[in-house]
Design a protein around this ligand. Structure first.
Ligand code: NDP
Length: 252
């Protein structure tokens, strides 16, 4: 009863830090074998070592998810080593907020490349494994990490929010087709979480804005979101939690 995910094969993208790393650890604790994806291989190796030290099974796969062929290769390798995936946390993302008039087009493009194209590449690579799991009568979960930015009107968040609105709505639309196929599709929409996410912001004003918010509100821990993902995946097979917003209690 303490390991409701025993026998599941999970894939977590963006697993080298933050929400992804915490979720990989938690899913492994609950009995899943976990493939962890990101670019920083050293971080992934440390995470795999931590999971194995706890008696779990994990596989580090260094991959840039913006590269479609590389993600497809990773999916084949994972199926070969751990078995076909039946739980995918599509989580790698970047938040490079800035005032629109700054025209930080490189930052805009990077967000589109990862939060839109990267998310799409992960879906394409793993969907056949998820539908195969469903066809075999097993639970199958595709969980996309969106954000409260998908719906909120936040200054300097325009491109980032656009990518998250895309993820939330894409999730709703995919569910219409995949629910009847036995694949649960969900999005999580976190508020402020204490991770490396704000550290990549290049616009000093936007960076100060984020620091102010983090100073004013005690954010969630990544482990809080790991619990949410685990709850979605461990629900009875006929239950699909479709969109879950998780806010720090003090965040308006
Ligand atoms: P982190 O910056 O800690 O994690 C981002 C992860 O994405 C890292 O593991 C990073 O690893 C990975 N990543 C970045 N680029 C690539 C790439 N090209 N290919 C593969 N992996 C990549 O931040 P969070 O944990 O906060 O972010 C996780 C998700 O949560 C994101 O989608 C974010 O938008 C979302 N989110 C976060 C919130 C927050 O307040 N923190 C709030 C709402 C949503 P590496 O650099 O090693 O590749």
């Amino acid at each position: 009863a303490g390991t409701p995910l025993t026998g599941r094969v999970a894939v977590v993208s963006g697993a080298s830090s933050g929400i992804g790393a915490a979720t990989a650890l938690r899913l492994a604790e609950l009995g899943a074998s976990v493939a962890v994806l990101a670019r920083r291989k050293d971080r992934l190796d440390d995470l795999v070592a931590a999971i194995e030290a706890g008696g779990g099974t994990a596989l580090a796969v260094a991959v840039d998810v913006t590269q479609r062929a590389a993600v497809a290769d990773a999916a084949a390798r994972i199926a070969d080593r751990l078995g076909p995936a039946d739980l995918v946390l599509n989580n790698a993302g970047v938040q490079l907020i800035s005032a629109i008039e700054e025209l930080r087009v490189e930052d805009w493009q990077q967000q589109i490349d990862l939060n839109v194209t990267g998310v799409m590449n992960v879906i394409a690579a793993f969907l056949p494994q998820l539908t195969a799991a469903a066809d075999a009568g097993r639970p199958a979960d595709l969980i996309n990490t969106s954000s409260i930015a998908a719906t909120r009107i936040l200054e300097k968040f325009s491109i980032y929010s656009g990518t998250k609105a895309y993820i939330s709505h894409l999730t709703r639309l995919m569910r219409v087709e995949l629910g009847p196929r036995g694949v649960r599709v969900a999005s999580i929409e976190p508020g402020m979480v204490d991770t490396e996410l704000p550290s990549h912001v290049t616009d000093p004003d936007a960076s100060a804005l984020m620091e102010g918010l983090l100073h004013d509100i005690a954010p969630l821990e990544a482990a809080d979101l790991a619990e949410t993902v685990a709850f979605i995946a461990a629900s009875p097979r006929h239950v699909n939690l479709t969109e879950i917003t998780v806010l720090p209690t003090a965040q308006a």
